[in-house]
Design a protein around this ligand. Structure first.
Ligand code: HAM
Length: 417
């Protein structure tokens, strides 16, 4: 039987891991400058955590969660996103007792049973941040600025910053009523899922991807026209902050996001370079979530970046040199294998990426292997040279070679020329 990985779950091979490291390194460096600190939460949580935060009637919870019973019959789920887990950790570990703001970042795999396609996987990776304790729109503006700087570091250009407001507990009900009246006339033309959503959570209907529903709903009322004074002020000040920071954005009143916990600001960063799955990052404010899980009333906001999509963009526009085995140690002659091993250990202790032959190969075959591994340097431990405490060296790319003492070789390797 041939055993392959599961559909929608991919191996990340050494050939491209350097791009992942590069992106992760930039995220860590930048986010820590903004005083975000790393948090690691479990991949497996009680299913109820996601049900109660993301929302029962969302696609993620309804059809995409990996849910199963553990050996004690408890319903558990592989995390489909990071926000709910960070909120749980924030409350469970009483992190609200620490001074505000509390800012966290995370990176790792998420799981959604979606139909796989380009840029959409069942196991995918996010780099996310969550910021707790501040209610002013300066937070969302700072998140967007940080994202912009992140993409600039990676040299990713031509991104669209789309923003919207989803209102709050006060103003959303009147929008919902209006939407309900509007949808009532169209419900017969909607898909089965939307007909069910229509009564339980009409906002979810706006999120439907079915072409017929999209077409039927093209002139729905927008929530942005129903915001209460506080939400409108918040949205306007947010935009003012973006303008002050010279960040170009568009208000897209159609953004509703596929998760129920958002209040007020939501945003998506999109690109035209990836086809249908065009969002590279998305997020927003969720001022009620901590309280709804039994924590103190705590305003919060965050975002998550889709790693696979960013990796794809980095592949297209930047040549990031993969790390290569740097030095290959070859040997020839009586007793030289042992001496070569000592040299390998010494080079590795000095921090050089070092590879060698693990079996007894002819010098010719060792050199062939070094060539295939694309090393930059070969050092040959040969009997004659060894008697004089010398080593032969070869620079593969330039084709130059010579003989030198180890101190001299180390010096050249360190200086890289
Ligand atoms: P989300 O929009 O569901 O938000 O996901 C964020 C990003 O993850 C998307 O923009 C996309 O780039 C990537 N993504 C989502 N699903 C997939 C998939 N199946 N395959 C590949 N990439 C995918 C959240 O998850 C929120 N927790 C973001 C947030 C944090 N809001 C507040 N704080």
């Amino acid at each position: 039987m041939k055993l392959n990985s599961l559909r929608g779950m991919q191996d990340i091979l050494p050939e491209e891991i350097h791009i992942w490291h590069y992106i992760e390194k930039n995220a860590r460096e930048l986010f820590e400058i903004y005083n975000f600190r790393e948090i690691r939460t479990p991949l497996l949580e009680q299913a109820e955590l996601f049900l109660r935060s993301i929302g029962e009637d969302t696609d993620i919870v309804e059809k995409e969660m990996y849910v199963f019973n553990d050996k004690k019959g408890r319903k558990v789920a592989l995390r489909p996103e990071g926000t709910a887990s960070v909120v749980r950790a924030y409350i469970q570990n009483s992190l609200f007792n620490n001074p505000s703001p509390q800012k966290f970042y995370y990176m790792g795999p998420m799981f959604r049973y979606e139909r796989p396609q380009k840029g959409r996987f069942r196991q995918f990776h996010q780099i996310g941040v969550e910021s707790f304790g501040i209610s002013t729109p300066t937070v969302e503006a700072e998140l967007i600025l940080m994202l912009k700087q992140f993409f600039e570091r990676l040299n990713i250009k031509d991104l669209n910053y789309e923003i919207n407001s989803l209102g709050c507990k006060k103003c959303r009900p009147s929008y919902r009523d209006n939407l309900f009246i509007y949808l009532n006339e169209k419900v017969a033309n909607l898909c089965n899922d939307c007909q069910r959503r229509f009564t339980r959570n009409p906002l979810r209907v706006l999120d439907c991807k079915a072409p017929n529903c999209k077409n039927t709903l093209k002139d729905t009322p927008f929530i942005i026209d129903f915001l209460c004074d506080d939400c409108r002020m918040h949205f306007l000040s947010f935009q003012k902050e973006l303008e002050l920071m010279k960040i170009k954005y568009v208000v897209n009143p159609k953004i509703v996001r596929g998760l129920d916990y958002y209040t007020r600001t939501v945003f998506e960063i999109t690109t035209t370079m990836l086809g249908a799955q065009n969002a590279v990052a998305a997020g927003g404010r969720y001022d009620d979530l901590v309280e709804s899980f039994g924590g103190p009333k705590t305003p919060a906001a965050g975002f998550a970046i889709g790693m696979e999509r960013v990796v794809e963009l980095c592949k297209e526009i930047t040549e990031i040199e993969p790390k290569r085995p740097f030095v290959y140690v070859a040997f020839a002659g009586q007793g030289m294998e042992g001496e070569a091993k000592k040299l390998v250990n010494m080079l590795r202790k000095n921090g050089f990426i070092t590879e060698t032959a693990y079996e007894n190969l002819s010098l010719k075959n060792q050199l062939k292997r070094a060539d295939k591994l694309k090393v930059e340097w070969v050092i040959i431990v040969g009997e004659e040279e060894f008697k004089k405490s010398m080593y032969k060296w070869k620079r593969m790319k330039e084709g130059t070679q010579g003989e030198a003492r180890i101190e001299e070789i180390l010096k050249i390797l360190r200086e890289g020329n």
